[in-house]
Design a protein around this ligand. Sequence first.
Ligand code: NOJ
Length: 533
Amino acid sequence: MARDDSLLPSHIPDWASGAVYQIVVPSYMDSNGDGWGDLPGLISRLDYLQWLGVSALWLSPIYPSPLLDMGYDVADYTDVNPRFGTLADIDRLLEEAHRRDIHILLDFVPNHTSHEHPWFKESKACRDNPRRDWYLWRDPAPDGGPPNNWTNQFEQSDWTLDEATGQYYMHSFMPEQPDLNWWNPEVRATMFDVLRFWLKRGVDGFRIDAMVHLYKDPLLRDNPPAEDSSPEKWPAWNMLPAFSQDVGGLQEIVRELCGVVSEYPERIFIGENHLPPERLPLYYCSGLTHPSNSQLLDLEWDAIHVRRMIDRYEGFLTADQWPNWILGSHDNQRVAGHLGLERARVAAMMQLTLRGTPIMYYGEEIGMHNADIQPDLERDQLALRMPGRGRGRDFQRTPMQWSGEANAGFTHGKPWLPVADDFEHTNVEQQRDDPRRILNLYRRLLALRKEHDALRIGRYIPDVLDKRALVYVRQADAERVLVVLNFTEKPIEITPRAGGGRLLISSYLDREGDYVGAKLSLRANEGVAIELD
Ligand code: NOJ
């Protein structure tokens, strides 16, 4: 079918208009009983993912790593952690996934390495080591303290003193994650070759971790205080990261990364950031980069608020900047935990009918909740280093719930993180054959996106503004689909401007094909998509 480039920009591969499904590899499927998910386990679930209808998988970091930060502490960029498998398993994953028309994105972690990376060991060895300048080393401030006031989410300085060499090194995250020096041309060239290593193997792109940290103020000036700073907040939030994140110069790095990825056709990358929507257009380049849109994370469930957010974001994007939508992630609470299952269904319908690439988080499709994890079983360093503060991220990273069997069918061994205790009634096996459960809602929505260009790539046209419901039309050529999402717990009647038509889907999964007039009746927490006359 000919493609209308005014809808999906020509530089975006068709597959990237489908859903990306984020997988925390250690939690997806264990094949060897060691309690950790692995690549062979994931390969064994590709049939499920094809059945579900996703277009691409984004895998959490799979590289050798001490796993202090779930793999976001890389000790070797061009190999696979034996806990997860081998390079041969990656090759098999690529082959098997591509055979099913599923694309693979790796998590690329360019801002920092693990302290166990040989580069850092060399860099730390002595001041005149050739790799010294691969990391950010600075002399102490005149009072002997850190070179500036930057702090991180661990409520610590971004600088750690190395007693042996008398200098501080920078880390935007934990001290065990030293930041690479992206001003050093050798570092850039080496990291670009890392991308080529994986692109040559056939990966379809990357999610770029901590993209906004890659470039820092060359003078490393102190960050200014935030306007709303207060003693109750974490120190990092009392400061405006004006000189440590999203700094001029970052765009050039992103363009260079883009240049490398574009050496290979049909690839994309998604750049992680938590910037406000007006900053996002800056980080698109030749359509390859998709600066992640995190506005739906930890969503405030208010139709007017959400409508304004969508309209603002849409308003900032130019015609060749393709949107994306993220509801949940390994760093945020689970959607069904945060909103409840009924609203999570409506949220799913929103995510999968808005214009742009939906980026799903594993387990959302079965409504996995935030798990309760006993303090002695926590793994995340945010919990372990700041106990009792509720900052840990383990509850949203628990094993995928495949069945009602022991350990939810995830492992024959002892799972690295406990399985959430609702697995007996929240699991794939049970929901698969139940036509009304959330799993089939996701599957049907993903299928509808493929069947209707209006939903896959159509324009976004806001309809009536209503505090009870979010209402919009998607349009591709003559095809128009109206989406109405009741944000309330009560039945409502609403008359969208767009008119009536045939119901493609209700989030209740029970009245597909019904004809509805211009005045619509919706049940509590009901979302509908209607093919307009
Ligand atoms: C962002 C990742 O999403 C998060 O999980 C990680 O801890 C930091 N970057 C550091 O890599």
